[in-house]
Design a protein around this ligand. Structure first.
Ligand SMILES: NC(=O)c1ccc[n+]([C@@H]2O[C@H](COP(=O)([O-])OP(=O)(O)OC[C@H]3O[C@@H](n4cnc5c(N)ncnc54)[C@H](O)[C@@H]3O)[C@@H](O)[C@H]2O)c1
Length: 251
């Protein structure tokens, strides 16, 4: 089967740093990019960047932590573009709190946005993919979802997100819908503080900070027909950072 490059792809967190690369690569490939983020202005500016580069894009507002907001997004998407073929769950927050710093609601807030948010989005948009017998769901997890990590709310949310994808392959059995996690390491976005950037040459075997465009390249591949049997995977894009025994420093 030939790969179709004119899918309609809904992306949450589309105004964020990583999505600059995802929006651009999917737009350049010919897909219609639906940019959804908390602020409609920010989503509009992300969509405009895709259009400025010659691609097709629309903007939507959504708060993935609100069931009502996700339901309103479903209506808005159906009214304006008819439906979606693929969903990229990239909206997320990183709360740099250790165990003792959490109050009664802060841990839950991260879980609500990073884990239940994608669950709400998948529940809202998967039925139409199943009906059309083709769909791609890509969750932007993290290396924090596959190893221990200093901030427990983020680590737990991303580990949950990766296991959500692994588990949903059973739900989507025989439907034509696949669900995978991209697990980036240190990507060049505002989310990454200078202290972490400075450590890259010592902690990452490729000695490189990852460009958002590389994440977009993998997302684009996951939409292709060559990726149709990649399902329930954690795709690490971390320069090898999680693949060596951390007690050893580089030679
Ligand atoms: N930057 C990295 O190194 C890195 C590494 C691994 C994973 N990630 C993950 O990649 C994704 C994108 O990260 P980024 O670096 O672009 O961060 P970012 O802060 O630049 O972007 C996150 C986007 O999510 C949006 N958002 C936050 N809460 C939302 C909500 N409730 N509803 C809708 N949108 C919401 C924000 O408005 C923002 O535009 C996140 O899920 C993050 O956890 C980032």
């Amino acid at each position: 089967m030939e790969t179709k490059t004119d899918r309609t792809v809904l992306i949450t967190g589309a105004a964020g740093g990583m999505c600059r690369g995802i929006n651009a690569r999917l737009g350049a490939a010919g897909h219609t990019v639906l940019c959804a983020d908390l602020s409609l202005d920010a989503a509009q500016s992300a969509a405009q960047s895709v259009r400025d580069a010659g691609g097709r894009a629309e903007a939507f507002a959504v708060d993935v932590s609100s069931h009502e907001s996700v339901a309103a997004l479903v209506d808005a998407v159906h009214e304006r573009v008819g439906g979606v073929d693929a969903l990229v769950n990239a909206a997320g927050i990183l709360d740099r709190k250790y165990l003792a710093d959490h109050d009664a609601t802060s841990f839950e807030r991260t879980i609500d946005i990073n884990l239940i948010g994608p669950f709400r989005m998948i529940q809202a948009f998967a039925p139409e993919m199943i009906e059309r017998r083709w769909g791609r769901i890509i969750n932007i997890s993290s290396i924090a979802g596959v190893t221990g990590y200093p901030y427990p709310s983020y680590a737990a949310s991303k580990a949950g997100l990766s296991n959500l994808a692994r588990s949903l392959v059973i739900d989507f059995w025989g439907t034509g819908v696949t669900v995978n996690s991209i697990c980036p390491g240190v990507v060049d976005t505002p989310m990454v503080i200078q202290e972490i950037r400075d450590q890259v040459p010592r902690k990452v075997p490729t000695e490189q900070i990852i460009d958002p465009d590389e994440i977009g390249g993998v997302a684009s591949f996951l939409l292709s027909d060559d990726a149709k049997n990649i399902n329930g995977a954690d795709i690490l894009i971390d320069g090898g950072a999680t693949r060596y025994f951390q007690l050893f420093d580089r030679p």
